[in-house]
Write a protein that binds this ligand. Structure first.
Ligand code: FE2
Length: 203
């Protein structure tokens, strides 16, 4: 017999949470919504969301590479690099959100989960173990290079197709932030004297 305390209201509503629900997706990955008031053709939005998802996968990978480097860095430059890597991580987190939301805004579906990122990214997988600072820096710079190269192509294509919002996002936010971070890293790989400078001898 039904317990009166668990019964639903006469209109069918109940305070009991409904667990373990599942249903078909409401939109398939790789599609875009129709009829958005953006004055951008569906074909343009399909191409842009596909390219932005590639950029998203690589940016999420770089973001996580920064956290790995932040945790595992070792040596005399530990403190400054520990802080710098985390600053760059935070900035990449913001880029990830901007790219993902641009994809959704265009009517597409942004990738989100680590499995999908791992399948899609073109950035080389690092070992689980700890690497020396010059190797960490080289890996990060290689990852920036992958992203910067893609962003330049994507920006040009977005401009050709009239997707000015995507062009602006990838140039103003993604490209410029990646260029700046690459500069900060590169300066750590200059073999400049720390204590003893070579004196200049007069001829
Ligand atoms: Fe931390």
């Amino acid at each position: 017999m039904k317990n009166k305390r668990e019964s639903a209201a006469s209109d069918g509503t109940t305070a009991q949470p409904r667990f373990h629900q599942c249903a078909a997706e409401i939109q398939a990955y790789g599609t875009v919504n129709h009829l958005l008031p953006l004055e951008l053709e569906e074909t343009v939005r399909l191409e842009m969301t596909a390219q932005l998802n590639q950029l998203l996968a690589d940016t999420m990978t770089l973001r996580d590479l920064y956290k790995k480097s932040h945790w595992q860095v070792a040596g005399p430059t530990f403190y400054q690099l520990h802080l710098l890597f985390d600053k760059h991580f935070d900035e990449q987190v913001e880029l990830v959100d901007s790219i993902a939301e641009r994809i959704q805004l265009l009517g597409g579906i942004s990738i989100a989960m680590a499995h999908d990122v791992a399948e899609m990214t073109r950035i080389e997988r690092p070992p689980r173990g700890r690497e020396a600072v010059p190797v960490q820096l080289s890996r990060l710079l290689d990852a920036h290079q992958v992203i910067i190269g893609q962003v330049r192509k994507l920006a040009r294509r977005a401009g050709e197709l009239g997707d000015d919002g995507t062009n602006d996002l990838v140039v103003s936010e993604v490209l410029r932030r990646n260029e700046l971070q690459a500069w900060f890293l590169s300066e750590h790989l200059v073999d400049a004297p720390l204590v003893h400078a070579e004196p200049v001898h007069a001829e």
